[in-house]
Design a protein around this ligand. Structure first.
Ligand SMILES: [Ca+2]
Length: 149
């Protein structure tokens, strides 16, 4: 009985999340996935192909269900798939070859984009397995995709 009730409650919550997910977000409901104010990973070069938006749906006491930019220690099915990326977030992100933020990595600042990770400059195509959101816009302390000088 209680198990059934719990299942029904979970199904109801899941439906509510699906319905409210976009309209309750902090950005306009019409914002396309590639325009979200967070880090966006793409499966093909030139910002094409499959897409992974670094965000998570969370419950907020004032706004209800909202998407927030969120790190991922394990990109799961999108691991080793990224060929281009753009940082639409207000802070920097670090992309790692291994999950749990290990091995070779590069930092990307707000507003920066990398159209082709297979460039000889990085040789980082189909490598990214985890993505960490930093607290500030600075890449200080990390190797960056682009030099500031
Ligand atoms: Ca990898």
């Amino acid at each position: 009985m209680s198990r059934i009730r719990t299942r029904l409650a979970l199904a109801t919550i899941a439906s509510a999340v699906a319905v409210l997910g976009v309209s309750g977000a902090t950005t306009p409901a019409h914002a396309a996935d590639e325009e979200w104010p967070t880090l966006v990973l793409r499966g093909d070069a030139g910002y094409e192909g499959s897409i992974r938006v670094m965000r998570e749906l969370v419950s907020n006491p004032y706004y209800g269900w909202v998407y927030v930019p969120t790190s991922s220690p394990d990109l799961g099915g999108f691991s080793d798939k990224t060929s281009s990326l753009s940082n639409n977030d207000a802070v920097a992100w670090v992309l790692y070859d291994d999950k749990y933020y290990f091995d070779r990595h590069y930092c990307i600042r707000p507003g920066e984009t990398v159209p082709n990770l297979s460039s000889s400059r990085w040789k980082f195509n189909d490598k990214i397995s985890s993505a960490k959101r930093l607290a500030t816009a600075s890449c200080a302390g990390y190797p960056a995709f682009y030099s500031t000088s």
